[in-house]
Design a protein around this ligand. Structure first.
Ligand code: SF4
Length: 307
């Protein structure tokens, strides 16, 4: 399924992402949003209101995904959820969280969302009591709950990048984030094809202009056409020179001290690349990346044995 232009709006078959904070209460090695390197940083609800008011005139998404960083760290999350609902950008609101703060969230939070995705990481598991409490809350409020158990991550980026333009093209065309999951992101008056192109330049300083990969949202008659052209462009983004897309080497998930987050990434793209998975994705773009298991018992075995 692809993008369509319907009644002057681009319709995407997936969602639109909104990173409400950059920072996180965990420090996952190779976090694809680079959250461990960011100090406390939250979006202003007034900025969200203005962005979504404009964007919703040109885009229709299946859902708005609220994430970060850890989104439950935003003290004004509830007004933001109300703003999203009122914008009409999408019929559903989904929150993606590590779940650590979820047991503290009240009925007002649960009544504002449609779906919640909890990512569970080794060493940061929720207790059985907390999970049972979350399941009861979700059921009571008619919220669809998904629990994803992560045993692995893939290297998300390279500090040194690559000069091999052909390789950059391959990383871009096999990128599940941009082309399969379509994690398109609205951020401070701009629309980005992926969150990595928002965060990578702000950490590694390349390209020099951190807005270079985004499309500025403007009130102009050809905006929907510009948005469609942006979303379907075959040209890699500038950030793809340092990003590993979906094809970084797989590593057992672990936490790192924040000061050490960038150290394992101080290598060239070629050294952090899983060439076998790249070749597989070239023929099967939606192939499982081997990082998540649905069954907690299988997850425990994988984590214990580092399979
Ligand atoms: S920067 Fe490029 S490779 Fe990385 S997620 Fe975005 S489109 Fe994919």
């Amino acid at each position: 399924m692809s993008y369509e232009l319907v009644d002057g709006r681009v319709v995407t078959p997936e969602g639109c992402e909104l990173n409400v904070v950059r920072h996180c209460n965990l420090g996952c090695a190779s976090c694809s949003h680079l959250s461990p390197v960011f100090r406390r940083s939250v979006v202003d609800p007034d900025v969200v209101r203005a962005d979504l008011a404009l964007l919703s005139r040109f885009l229709r998404a299946r859902f708005v995904k609220v994430l970060g960083g850890e989104p439950l760290l935003h003290r004004r999350l509830l007004p933001i959820l109300e703003i999203i609902r009122a914008s009409g950008l999408a019929p559903r609101i989904l929150v993606s969280t590590n779940g650590v703060l979820l047991p503290r969230m009240g009925a007002d939070f649960w009544s504002l969302i449609d779906e919640i995705q909890v990512s569970v990481y080794p060493g940061r598991e929720l207790s059985d009591d907390d999970l049972a409490h979350i399941r009861r809350r979700a059921e009571r409020h008619g919220v669809a709950l998904t629990v994803a158990y992560y045993s692995h991550f893939r290297h998300s980026y390279s500090e040194r990048g690559t000069e091999d333009s052909r390789l950059v093209g391959e990383i871009f065309t096999t990128c599940q984030i941009a082309h399969v999951w379509r994690c398109h992101t609205v951020y401070e008056g701009h629309f980005f094809r992926c969150p990595q192109s928002v965060f990578l330049p702000r950490v590694i300083g390349r390209p020099n202009d951190p807005w270079a990969d985004g499309l500025r949202l403007e009130d102009r008659p050809d905006m929907a056409g510009r948005l469609l052209a942006y979303l379907t462009s075959p040209r890699p983004l500038l950030a793809c020179r340092n990003c590993l897309g979906s094809v970084g080497k797989r590593l057992p998930h672990h936490q790192l001290p924040r000061a050490d987050f960038r150290t394992p990434q101080q290598k060239r793209t070629e050294e952090l690349l899983d060439r076998e998975f790249l070749a597989q994705l070239a023929t099967r773009p939606d192939m499982d990346d081997g990082c998540v298991v649905a069954d907690p018992d299988e997850w425990r075995v994988r984590v214990r044995e580092r399979i």
